[in-house]
Ligand binder design. Structure first.
Ligand code: GLN
Length: 497
């Protein structure tokens, strides 16, 4: 039989539904693949063998009884370790949550289970989703399957690596400033940050609540759409969840087209600091959009150049408040609980040992930015920039249907290269952050390999809030045109592990 790990999620679901293969066979093939390669890749922090096989047996049972199956029934998925999973460890990449077993499921987890998706396990990530390389994980970095000496992006590098290495057909990520899109770009996969409020944050460990958004990671645009439609939709348990119908992303992914579409190329996202090969592939892809019938215009969004600075005040501010809950009393780690220390001392000792350097840096930055006397100068100014960015988007979307740019300025950088240089690390999200600050929907799709290093390049597509379907229409059209040109999916060029 053909290698079951190479199928798309859509194909896998179809074969399981028709009885051509069983969900147990598919799950076993992926568990075997994890056994074979994950020691090298380190995409997973926890593999839930028993849980995955039990779910697969349940799917096979349902099918045998002729019961209705979900659209992704039996498809194996890797879940970022930031979502609570009842009875299964959840660390958010932090030592402070080591050993914590959540008593409940996140809404995303629950919806995946209800859709009969098989959750293989939890993926590695930068601690509390702070980072762009997965090197800030307390449990060691993940390698990029294209070149294991390079980063798989971050914070969701475990999720992007798992699908790139065929350890899972699908994965879930979260994107606060780019953590779904940037990993997708540097691994040659598809990643989508839905409209803010499109997917419930309930049970997702909070980093920066006004920016955090869960979304799909996949090898094809259609697979991403199928997963998007399973996890999205209103949830009473999240007060920022949007109570409106989810855009029909699956129909859009099945009907890729850019004919007559107005595409704006963001002027600000090129120039110094951008790798030549990245710009070359992005320019070629813009040209391809033109050939496919899109109308291309240049659009200037002047406030985007201030997005990174605003983000690094707003995100740390919110995290300094969100991470106060890790007080040694409620979750996981507790240090100094020996009768010789006061409760305050236990909290301080636990936080000192349980948080990594980047997390501490952000808590300090955020606490400072919110302190009286500095609040207006820092946090207040950043919020004003946020409004200017939103207005830039509004102006842009009065002229065009979608905006495009590189997803990230460079291809996958070597592990260690930026680990001790926070500023260099932060630059990886230069192009992705505006969509988070404004709450828009955005996607990264592969657009080829950079000539200088042979590594994947991603094109970012940004749509207005609640127009997520546009991303899929454009993404699917590009995917089809690119594959016709290359003769195969980009991932087939990845060296085998
Ligand atoms: N790399 C960015 C940061 O470190 C974004 C992270 C994210 O999207 N979770 O904050």
């Amino acid at each position: 039989m053909a290698d079951l790990t190479r199928l798309t999620a859509a194909e896998t679901a179809e074969r399981i539904a028709s009885g051509a293969v069983s969900a147990v066979e598919v799950t076993e093939a992926h568990l075997a693949r994890i056994d074979a390669v994950d020691e090298k890749v380190h995409a997973f922090l926890h593999v839930d063998r028993e849980g995955a096989l039990a779910k697969a047996r349940e799917v096979d049972g349902k099918r045998a009884r002729g019961e209705q199956l979900g659209p992704l029934a039996g498809v194996p998925l890797a879940l970022k370790d930031i979502f609570t999973t009842e009875g299964v460890p959840t660390t958010a990449g932090s030592k402070i949550l080591e050993g914590w077993i959540p008593p409940y499921d996140a809404t995303v987890t629950r919806r995946l289970k209800e859709a009969d998706v098989v959750i293989l396990g939890k993926t590695n990530m930068d601690e509390f989703a702070m980072g762009s390389s997965t090197e800030n994980s307390a449990y060691g970095p993940t390698g990029n399957p294209w070149d294991l000496t390079r980063v798989p992006g971050g914070s969701g590098g475990g999720s992007s690596a798992a699908i790139t290495a065929y350890e899972a057909a699908l994965a879930i990520g979260t994107d606060t400033g780019g953590s779904i899109r940037q990993p997708a770009a540097v691994t040659g996969t598809v990643g989508v940050k839905p409209t803010y409020g499109g997917v419930s944050r309930y049970g997702m460990v909070a980093f920066s609540s006004s920016l955090d958004q869960a979304g799909p990671c996949a090898r094809t645009v259609l697979d991403a759409a199928l997963l998007h439609s399973v996890i999205a939709g209103h949830d009473e348990l999240d007060s920022t969840s949007i109570d409106r119908p989810v855009p029909d992303v699956v129909a859009a992914a099945r009907n890729g087209s850019v004919d007559g579409l107005r595409v704006g190329v963001v002027t600000e996202f090129r120039g110094e600091g951008y790798q030549a090969g990245v710009l070359q592939r992005v320019d070629e892809t813009v040209e391809l959009l033109r050939e496919l019938g899109a109308e291309i215009v240049e659009v200037s969004c002047p406030s985007f150049t201030k997005a990174l600075a605003a983000y690094y005040l707003i995100a740390p501010s919110e995290c300094s408040s969100n991470l106060a809950r890790f007080d040694a009393m409620r979750y996981g780690l507790r240090v100094g609980d020996d009768g010789a220390h006061s409760a305050e001392e236990v909290t301080a000792l636990t936080r000192a040992e349980g948080f990594g350097d980047e997390v501490k840096r952000r808590i300090m930055l955020g606490t400072y930015a919110l302190s009286s006397g500095y609040y207006d100068a820092y946090y207040g100014s950043a919020q004003k920039v946020r409004t200017l960015i939103t207005r830039d988007f509004e102006r842009a979307f009065s002229q065009v249907d979608v905006l495009v740019s590189p997803t990230t300025p460079t291809t996958a950088f070597p592990l260690g290269e930026r680990a001790d240089d926070p500023m260099a690390m932060y630059l990886a999200d230069l192009c992705t952050i505006p969509a988070n600050l404004a709450g828009n929907a955005a996607m990264s799709v592969p657009c080829g390999l950079a000539p200088e290093d042979g590594l994947p390049v991603g094109l970012q597509i940004i749509a207005p809030a609640m127009a997520d379907d546009r991303l899929y229409r454009v993404g699917a059209a590009l995917e089809a045109a690119h594959q016709a040109r290359w003769g195969h999916p980009l991932l087939e060029e990845a060296p085998s592990l």
